[in-house]
Design a binder for this molecule. Structure first.
Ligand code: NAD
Ligand code: MG
Length: 386
């Protein structure tokens, strides 16, 4: 029986994780859950999974959740301290990091320091503080399993192979809803157009990141840290059908890939049950019914966020954290209708231009760079819209 805590249980990844848990009550037990503002869904999850401890992001939401759960045997806590207490709950063996954005940094770091294995969906953690997290993982001797579908595919394609035999890691990307939209039409696309992802149903922030392709930029940085791979060994192939989830090329010219119906329950289940596999209910892939799998290079001029991500990692240390913060602010502004689609990349680039990269020695310093990036991006966004 594996005892789990889910950070971000009300999100897209959190809900899919709980579906796997519900399907395998003999294998997994929920110890802790945390959520942002969706208190009703969290209350329903508490009733279904009986966690011992639950945290909400804001302390002011605690009384409402307590009312919804009155008579139930659950400890309800709030704020960052509450998230940390839940992330480090004693019985928990594995923490599923599924908060969106840099907000996941502190509770996930606390979980690692408390010796919990991590199933990582929250890619922004490795983008903002990859070197610190990989160091913490090794210092505390915990295991880190990727949940992101591409990274799970790479993880599976690497099994049984030597690191020094890898010649390239190739991440696939669907290309998002604007793959075939000409650059000169991108300025006019709406929030609705951008939220209409062709293959995946996900939270809003990552769906916009997929439309700008910043998601793939974040994933290249994520792969760089997870697999200790230099950036020049990580390539991107656009693969609009999202059937082949990523691949590894070896020095002998062989390429090993993982394929499957696009459904996040597959990589989530593998992270939870590794090295075993469990049923997910996903329709198995029948390649005789799938025709025309295609692969091509991304257009870096059209998807500027991709080039920005490569630039951020080249400039190093604090620059990816600042880029990530600016992206979070710009995506929020776009979702709220305050800026146009192409201004997302513009805000990120201007924020990066205004930043001088410096070393980061602690999570506090990462949070400081993150705050600086947010403040600067907000100012730039205001200037753009005035
Ligand atoms: P989501 O927006 O659906 O859910 C986010 C969760 O985090 C929710 O439970 C929310 O309440 C919680 N949360 C948000 N802000 C918070 C805060 N400040 N403090 C505490 N909790 C907070 O997002 P998602 O799509 O599930 O994505 C989660 C993470 O997984 C992201 O980093 C994303 O990039 C990554 N990811 C998602 C998918 C997917 O299919 N959805 C695939 C790969 C990777
Ligand atoms: Mg992905």
């Amino acid at each position: 029986m594996k005892q789990l805590t889910i950070l971000g249980s009300t999100g897209s990844i959190g809900v899919s994780t709980l579906e796997i848990v519900a399907a395998h009550p003999d294998r997994f037990r929920i110890i802790g859950l945390t959520a942002g503002r969706n208190i009703e869904l969290l209350a329903a999850q508490i009733k279904q999974f009986s966690p011992r401890i639950v945290a909400v992001a804001l302390k002011e939401d605690v009384p409402r959740l307590e009312r919804l759960c009155s008579g139930m045997d659950v400890k309800i806590v709030g704020g960052v301290e509450g998230l940390i207490e839940t992330a480090t709950a004693e019985e928990t063996q594995m923490v599923v990091a599924a908060i969106v954005g840099a907000a996941g940094l502190v509770p996930t770091a606390a979980a690692i320091c408390a010796g919990k294995d991590i199933a990582l969906a929250n890619k922004e953690i490795l983008v903002t503080a990859g070197h610190l997290f990989m160091e913490m993982i090794s210092t505390h001797g915990v295991k880190l399993y990727p949940v992101d579908s591409e990274h799970s595919a790479i993880f599976q394609s690497l099994e049984g192979h030597r690191n020094e035999d890898i010649s390239k890691i190739i991440l696939t990307a669907s290309g998002g809803p604007f793959l075939n939209t000409p650059l000169d039409q991108l300025s006019g696309v709406t929030v609705r157009d951008a939220l209409n992802h062709p293959n995946w149903s996900m939270g809003k922030k990552i769906t916009i990141d997929s439309a700008t392709m910043m998601n793939k930029g974040l994933e290249v940085i994520e792969a760089h840290w997870l697999f200790n791979a230099p950036m020049e060994k990580i390539d991107i192939n656009i693969h609009p059908q999202s059937i082949l989830h990523s691949m590894v090329e070896y020095v002998d010219g062989c390429v090993i890939a993982q394929l499957g119906t696009p459904d996040m329950k597959a990589p989530i289940a593998y992270a939870l049950s590794y090295p075993e596999r469990v049923a997910t209910g996903i329709q198995p892939l029948d390649l005789t019914t799938v025709s025309g799998l295609t692969f091509f290079k991304p257009d870096l001029e059209k998807f500027r966020c991709l080039s920005l991500a490569y630039r951020a990692i080249q400039e190093g240390e604090s620059m990816p954290a600042v880029m990530n913060a600016a992206n979070e602010i710009a995506v929020e502004a776009f979702l709220e209708g305050r800026i146009g689609f192409l201004q997302i990349a513009q805000i990120i680039e201007s924020t990066m231009d205004a930043h001088q990269a410096h070393d980061l020695h602690s999570i506090e310093e990462v949070l400081h760079a993150d705050q600086w990036g947010r403040t600067t991006a907000r100012e730039i966004s205001k200037r753009l819209t005035n």
